[in-house]
Design a binder for this molecule. Structure first.
Ligand code: ATP
Ligand code: MG
Length: 552
C-alpha cells in the first residue's frame, strides 16, 4: 500500500470539516481567549507580588485580587466552551465518517468480505474511527490556537524590543514546531506498525473465538495461546517504544521551556543594563515568556498521539478510497429476466485462474444441475452470476443484455442465491426468514417455511416463529440453518434460483419435500442447482459436469 505523508492525511481529514467551520472558528476564539486569560492570571499574580514588595506600583491589592478571581473563573468558562465546540465537531464528524465507511463497505462487499481481512476491517470500523476523535477534538484547534496566541504574544514582545521578540519567536518555534516534527519523524512508522499489529491481533482473536471447538478438539489450545501472547508481546513492545518516545519528547520540551524562560530573564536583564529596557519590562517579559508556553506545549505533545491518529486516519482514508471490484450499475433501462448465456468466461480471484474459457447456456424456465469436484469453481460460477465479481474475460448475458449493464438492484431482485453456508442474524426465526423480502407478512413467511420443509419444526418450538436464533445461528442444527436459507429463497420469489448445495445437510425426507417444492411450486422458475448428491440431481432436467472451470 502506498502511504501518504502526515500533511496529506491531515489535509484530507481537515477537508471533511468544511460544513462545521463556523463551530471550529468559535472553538479557536474561545481557546485563544482562554489562554490569554491564563497568561493574564500569571501576570496579575506577578504584579501582585511586586506590588507587595513595592517594586511595581500597579493599582490596589484588592483590584488585583478581583481581577485574578475574574480571570480564573473566565478561564474555566472559556476552556469549557472550547472543549464543548471541539467535541461537538468531533462527534458529528465521526458519525459522518461512519456513514461514509458503511456506504463504502456496501460497495466493496461482498468481494471485500470474501477476502481474508475481517478482523482488520473490524478494527478500522471500531477503534480507528474512534481514534480520529483525538484529531478532530484535540488536534486542529490547538494548532490554530497556538499560532494565534503566540502571534499576539509576539506583537507584545516585539513592541518591547526586537531582540526580545526574536528570542520569544525562537522559543515558540523550537517547542511548537521543531520538537513535534522531530518527534513524529522518529515515530511515524511505529504508529502505523502499531495500528497494523493491533488489527492483526483483532483478526487472530476473532479467528480463535470462531474456531474454539476445533482448538479444543485437536488440543491446539496451548499453541494458539502462545501465538496470542507472542502477538500481545509484540504489540506491547511497540507501545513501550512509543511511550519511550513520549517520555523523551516531554523531557526535551521541559528543558527547552526552562532554557527559554531563563534565557528571557538574562536577555532582558542585559538589555536593562544596556539601558534599552526599563525594570518593569524585565519583569513583565520574563513572566510573560514563562506563562505563555501553554499553547505550544499542547502542540509539542500532540505529536505523540498524532502518530497513531494519523495512522488510523490513513487506514480509514484508504478504506474510503478503495476501489470496489465491481461498480454498482444504476440508471440503465429496465431489464427482463431471460435465458442466461456464459461465453468463454475467464476468472481469477487473485493469481490462480479458477475459470478458463468456460461456457454454458441456461434457457429460461429450465432446471439444471452442476456437478463437479470440490474446488472446481461451482460456487464461483454462482457468484459471477450474482455479479459479486466481474469476469476477467468473456461475458455473461441475460437475454441480450450483458450482466454488467443490468441495474444492480434489478439483478439482485432477479436472483435468489442460497449459499453453502447460511448466515443467521441474532433475531427471531420469522425475522431471519423475512430478510429476503422487505415487509413480508407472517403468512408469506409461513408459506416459504412450508416450501422449505421448515414449518413443522418451527411450530414444535415453544415460541414458534418468534423463537430467537442464537448468535450466528449456533442454536440450530446444520440442516435447520440450511432450510432457513431455502425459505429465504422461496420468500424472495425471484425468477432465477441459484442453489449451492442446498441439501447437503438434510435427511432424505426433508430433501424430498424440498425437491418437490422446487419442481411443483417453482415450475416457471429457472433453477441452477449445485450438488454432489445424486438424489438431488434427480430433480434437475440436465446435469452439467464441471471440471476445473470447463464444462464437459
Ligand atoms: P466445493 O464443491 O468444495 O464447494 P466449488 O467448486 O464450489 O467447491 P469454489 O468455491 O468455486 O469451488 O472455489 C474454486 C477455487 O477458488 C478454490 O480453489 C478456492 O480455493 C478458490 N477461492 C474461492 N473463493 C476464493 C476467494 N474469495 N479468494 C481466493 N480464492 C478463492
Ligand atoms: Mg462450492
Amino acid at each position: 500500500m502506498k502511504r501518504r505523508g502526515g500533511i496529506q492525511i491531515m489535509g484530507k481529514l481537515i477537508g471533511l470539516i468544511r460544513p462545521l467551520l463556523h463551530v471550529m472558528a468559535v472553538a479557536v476564539l474561545l481557546g485563544v481567549a482562554g489562554y490569554l486569560c491564563a497568561i493574564f492570571l500569571t501576570v496579575m499574580a506577578g504584579a501582585g507580588i511586586l506590588n507587595v514588595m513595592g517594586l511595581w506600583k500597579f493599582g490596589s491589592l484588592t483590584a488585583i485580587f478581583v481581577c485574578l478571581v475574574a480571570a480564573a473563573v473566565l478561564r474555566g468558562i472559556l476552556h469549557y466552551g472550547e472543549q464543548a465546540c471541539n467535541h461537538y465537531i468531533a462527534f458529528k464528524l465521526l458519525a459522518l465518517i461512519r456513514h461514509q465507511v458503511f456506504a463504502v463497505l456496501r460497495k466493496l462487499c461482498p468481494a471485500k468480505l470474501d477476502g481474508k481481512d475481517k478482523g482488520n476491517l473490524i478494527s478500522i470500523i471500531t477503534s480507528d474511527i474512534e481514534l480520529l476523535e483525538v484529531f478532530y477534538a484535540h488536534t486542529i484547534s490547538p494548532i490554530v490556537i497556538a499560532v494565534l496566541t503566540s502571534l499576539i504574544m509576539e506583537i507584545f514582545f516585539f513592541k518591547y524590543h526586537i531582540l526580545i521578540g526574536a528570542f520569544a519567536l525562537l522559543g515558540y518555534l523550537a517547542i511548537g514546531v521543531l520538537v513535534p516534527v522531530w518527534n513524529s519523524k522518529r515515530g511515524s512508522d511505529k504508529g502505523m506498525e502499531f495500528r497494523t499489529k493491533f488489527g492483526d491481533l483483532n483478526s487472530f482473536v476473532l479467528d480463535s473465538l470462531r474456531g474454539l471447538d476445533e482448538t479444543i478438539q485437536y488440543g491446539c489450545g496451548e499453541k494458539r495461546e502462545k501465538q496470542m501472547s507472542k502477538k500481545s508481546c509484540e504489540l506491547d513492545e511497540k507501545q513501550k517504544y512509543m511511550k519511550k518516545l513520549e517520555g523523551t519528547q516531554r523531557g526535551v520540551t521541559n528543558v527547552l521551556i526552562l532554557i527559554f524562560s531563563f534565557g528571557m530573564l538574562f536577555l532582558s536583564t542585559w538589555l536593562y543594563q544596556m539601558g534599552q529596557m526599563d525594570f518593569q519590562g524585565v519583569l513583565l517579559c520574563t513572566i510573560l515568556m514563562m506563562s505563555s508556553f501553554g499553547p505550544v506545549v499542547a502542540l509539542s505533545s500532540l505529536s505523540n498521539n498524532l502518530m497513531q491518529t494519523l495512522a488510523s486516519g490513513e487506514r480509514v482514508l484508504a478504506l474510503l478510497e478503495e476501489e470496489p471490484r465491481i461498480e454498482e450499475v444504476e440508471n440503465q433501462p429496465e431489464a427482463q429476466f431471460d435465458s442466461i448465456t456464459c461465453e468463454n468466461l475467464d476468472f481469477a480471484y487473485e493469481e490462480e485462474q479458477i475459470l478458463k474459457n468456460y461456457s454454458i447456456s441456461i434457457s429460461k424456465g429450465s432446471r439444471i444441475g452442476i456437478h463437479g469436484k470440490s474446488g472446481s469453481g461451482k460456487s464461483t460460477l454462482l457468484k459471477l452470476l450474482m455479479r459479486f465479481y466481474d469476469v476477467d474475460g468473456g461475458k455473461i448475458q441475460i437475454g441480450d443484455r450483458e450482466i454488467k449493464t443490468v441495474n444492480t438492484r434489478e439483478l439482485r431482485n432477479m436472483e435468489s442465491y442460497v449459499t453453502q453456508e447460511t448466515c443467521l442474524f441474532h433475531d427471531s426465526i420469522a425475522n431471519n426468514i423475512a430478510v429476503a423480502k422487505l415487509g413480508a407478512s407472517r403468512e408469506e413467511v409461513e408459506e416459504a417455511a412450508k416450501k422449505a420443509s421448515l414449518h413443522d419444526f418451527i411450530m414444535s418450538l415453544p415460541q414458534g416463529y418468534d423463537t430467537p436464533v442464537g448468535e450466528l445461528g449456533d442454536t440450530l442444527s446444520g440442516g435447520e440453518k440450511q432450510r432457513i436459507g431455502l425459505a429465504r429463497a422461496f420468500l424472495h420469489d425471484a425468477p432465477l434460483l441459484l442453489l449451492d448445495e442446498p441439501t447437503s445437510n438434510l435427511d432424505s425426507l426433508n430433501e424430498s419435500i424440498i425437491l418437490h417444492s422446487l419442481k411443483e411450486k417453482c415450475g416457471d422458475k429457472t433453477v441452477i442447482l449445485v450438488s454432489h448428491r445424486e438424489s438431488t440431481m434427480a430433480a434437475t432436467q440436465k446435469v452439467y459436469q464441471m471440471d476445473n472451470g470447463r464444462i464437459s
